[in-house]
Design a protein around this ligand. Structure first.
Ligand code: PXP
Length: 231
């Protein structure tokens, strides 16, 4: 299973003091040295952490795939087309939210089909962050997504068999539809155990738990420890 590390919170720390450091680019190299398979960043409309500069620098220097999470709005589409990351993950975004609060509701996302097509026309792979809901998975496929990232927030809050079986059912269905299946949100060093048991899930995007652990053991080690648990 591949690990894409979300390094937003390195930029959050930088912005807390409006200093040029710590730099997400340096963090990305530490992730790679720790065995991370990819880098994820979320460019938010309020630019509270990651900024355009970070995207261009990361795209230029990275030797692993860059995944950019963003809202389905024209401004972000233009940025993605300029940066040309390996993958864009479309997420919902509410201005005051602390973190992404749920999957994108594809039943009410006007214009998303054209939005996806335009990004794909520029060679960008499209992932959609969705709740573990079969209808959303089918819509993601119909709309042209190549990847889905299953929202694991509910499972991470109560990591029991009920929540895990919802993720498993959706992962199996998505795999049957030919989608690449990823998972993310709230995954940590404990609950990764359940996610690992679902063979259809080939990648995870993990941020907060790794950056929090890095405060004590360093980012390279924090990534290495997570990779060991992912097997
Ligand atoms: N996936 C998506 C779509 C997200 O919005 C986030 C949070 O930025 C993550 C994964 C990572 O979540 P966490 O920081 O809880 O690991």
């Amino acid at each position: 299973m591949e690990l894409s590390v979300n390094i937003d919170h390195v930029a959050t720390l930088r912005e807390a003091r409006k200093e040029p450091f710590p730099d997400p680019v340096q963090a990305a190299f530490e992730v790679i040295l720790g065995g991370g398979d990819g880098i994820t960043v979320h460019i938010r409309q309020d630019r509270r952490h990651i900024k355009e500069r970070d995207l261009f620098l990361l795209k230029e220097v990275l030797t692993v795939p860059l995944n950019i999470e963003m809202a389905q709005v024209p401004e972000m589409k233009e940025i993605a087309i300029k940066v040309k990351p390996h993958q864009v993950t479309l997420v919902p975004e509410r201005p005051e939210e602390v973190t992404t609060e749920g999957g994108l509701n594809l039943k009410s996302a006007p214009g998303i089909g054209d939005h996806i097509q335009e990004l794909k026309d520029h060679g960008i792979r499209i992932s959609i962050f969705v709740d573990p809901d079969l209808e959303q998975i089918r819509l993601a496929k119909e709309l042209g997504a190549e990847v889905i990232e299953i929202n694991t927030a509910a499972y991470s809050k109560s990591p029991d068999d009920v929540e895990l079986s919802k993720i498993k059912r959706v992962a199996e269905a998505a795999f049957e539809l030919g989608l690449v299946v990823h998972a993310g949100h709230g995954i940590d060093y404990h609950n990764i155990h359940g996610i690992k048991q679902i063979p259809q899930i080939t990648g995870c995007s993990i941020g907060f738990a790794i950056i929090a652990r890095a405060v004590f053991v360093g980012l390279r080690n924090a990534v290495r420890e997570m990779k060991e648990l992912m097997g």
